[in-house]
Design a protein around this ligand. Sequence first.
Ligand code: LLP
Length: 429
Amino acid sequence: MKPQNLPGHPHFSYRDNALFCEEIRLSDLAQTHGTPLFVYSKNAMLAALASYQRGFVGRQVQICYAMKANPALGVIQVFAEAGCGFDIVSGGDMDRVLAAGGEADKIIFSGVGKTRAEMRRALQAGIGCFNVESEAELDVLNEVALSLGSRAPVSIRVNPNVDPQTHPYISTGLKDSKFGVAHERVLPTYRRAATLAGIRVLGIDCHIGSQITQEGPYLDAVERMLDLVEAIEAAGVPLQHIDFGGGLGIDYHGETPPDAERLWQTLLARLDARGFGQRQLMIEPGRSLVGNAGVCLSEVLYLKPGEQKNFCIIDAAMNDLPRPAMYQAYHQIVPLSPRPEAPGKYDVVGPICESGDWIGHDRALALLAGDRLAVLSAGAYCMSMASNYNSRGRAAEILVNGAQADVIRQRETMAQQMQGERLVGSRSS
Ligand code: LLP
């Protein structure tokens, strides 16, 4: 039978009634490694990256993978080998990038709460740029750099006050958000930065939100950023690069975000029209590079029919897949081996002791206990936000490349979870 691609997930397909990731049958992986299990397609990640790269042909652009989306060393390695830089938000993120072979000078450091210790380590490692998010942070960074006898390369993250039309928790560029320097404070901040001996002004940066599915917010942000660049340069502070952040959404449930290539063709036309087309650019995509490259495999533990609802209790939970509980997010759920029977309606839930522990509401599925499911679009912001709630170990992760499947993270054991904890008193030795 001809393979049947999953719409929106071209590297996942059904062949003879079995779901495959590239050339690997997913039920074989579940059998060998257990569930819950995250499986990522390397070629889906590279295809997503290629879409950006096509949009940027002939331009000077550094793509910095926002590794908060998925910080597994094996995932970072894919993007490092493809020549990407990295957007980090902590010293721990930096350690991961360096451990996976990423280059320090292609790292940009975002985040509103960088500590002095993190700044010091990042300066010593020689990172490419700090995206500074407040005037107070600028002063501290200046002090830290001077104490090391160095100058910190800096972009100011601007809050452009643009509505990205996405979930409020993942809108970051509105006036009342904690991120970035307010539009009206940007010029004074650059003027001041230019006078500080421990600061070297490199560029300007913004990030307006995540899971953005329309072009409009990006066009607004580009116009507002270019207005600022003109004003900053007119005030005598030259900028080498413009960083437009990340944020492009993916198809979770029929959303139709522009593809990266088309979006950037449109945005670059605006940059050309205003004379900035040959400027060094940076972007920080996360979700759109990895989100639809990953699935989470899970086993049905119990079916629990009820008067109001039928529950399908699976072995993955909100500690593995926190997005539904946190953002009422939708992830498609599909069987690894579809059954021919008519489907029932189920709320798909995990074993955690919270009513918020749901993965999908009202899903039409034909199932029996012991069947395996794939929760789709699980490559971004799932494992990176996973926790040990209810003493659940974090899942294992597999990277598939063609017919090759490598374990890139082992399942977390109870010994690993309890490591570092101590009893007190007489039972402490
Ligand atoms: N750059 C900065 C400064 C960011 O804050 C973010 C994401 C990105 C880049 C990457 O954005 P992306 O391309 O992935 O949209 N946990 C939420 C998403 C939080 C995003 C936070 N910032 C979720 O699961 O939807």
